[in-house]
Design a protein around this ligand. Structure first.
Ligand code: AMP
Length: 215
């Protein structure tokens, strides 16, 4: 199954995608995570992406598209995948359209107020990337990743000013993709309008939507 998760930053799509992927036995591909890995490893892609990411801007299409294309050619993607954070622009969606057929687009619908509150309490592991939320999903031990013991920190692009910028960019550049995929009949909305909604509840809602496609 080939699934896209669409939604504003902090909508919970990364957490939901990472939990859905093992259930379907397909890889969870987050372009944000791929960039963060490249930054850590100080690759050319990482060096190019870092300035945009820290500033809350989108990395240029050409860079993202080349990186994603290479990832989708790997063996583990041949039976399907979950894309989280890609596509984010119309040229990215058109490129994807040209190389594969998507089965469903899960659209996380989250009001701005909740997006801002969620992002400001979001933290993640600096070693393995696991996401936590100080309100709804804290680590067992303060500041220490439950999974790998790495230190848990706030991402530089989750600072309040940068969040607002990212949200505006989402509205301008990514939201039009909802229409793009609606026209293809692929959009399924998952509504998250409760600030204290747990990741488990969100996961349940997402799985309900995906049931239709897994039988
Ligand atoms: P994320 O972890 O999905 O919130 O992504 C973090 C940052 O990585 C974004 O704010 C962008 O700077 C960059 N990024 C991730 N995916 C893309 C994409 N598809 N197109 C452009 N930039 C991206």
């Amino acid at each position: 199954m080939k699934i896209i998760f669409l939604g504003p930053p902090g909508s919970g799509k990364g957490t939901a995608a990472s939990r859905v992927a093992p259930k379907f036995g397909i890889p969870h591909i987050s372009t944000g995570d791929l960039f963060r890995k490249n930054i850590k490893e100080q690759t050319e892609i990482g060096k190019e992406a870092k300035q945009y990411m820290d500033d809350g801007k989108l990395v240029p299409d050409e860079v993202v598209i080349n990186m994603l294309k290479a990832r989708l050619e790997e063996d583990d993607c041949q039976e399907g995948f979950i894309l989280d954070g890609f596509p984010r622009t119309t040229p990215q969606a058109e490129m994807l359209d040209g190389i594969t057929e998507i089965d469903v687009v899960v659209n996380m619908v989250v009001p701005d107020k909740i997006v801002i509150a969620r992002n400001s309490s979001r933290v993640s592991c600096s070693k393995c990337g696991e996401i936590y939320n100080l309100r709804t999903m804290p680590t067992k031990l303060k500041g220490v990743c439950d999974k790998c013991g790495g230190s848990v920190v706030r991402r530089p692009d989750d600072e309040p000013d940068v969040i607002k910028k990212r949200l505006n960019i989402y509205k301008e550049q990514t939201e039009p993709l909802i229409e793009f995929y609606k026209k293809k009949g692929l959009i399924r909305d998952v509504i998250c309008d409760n600030i204290d909604q747990t990741p488990e509840q969100t996961l349940e809602d997402v799985l309900k939507v995906l049931e239709e496609f897994s039988s």
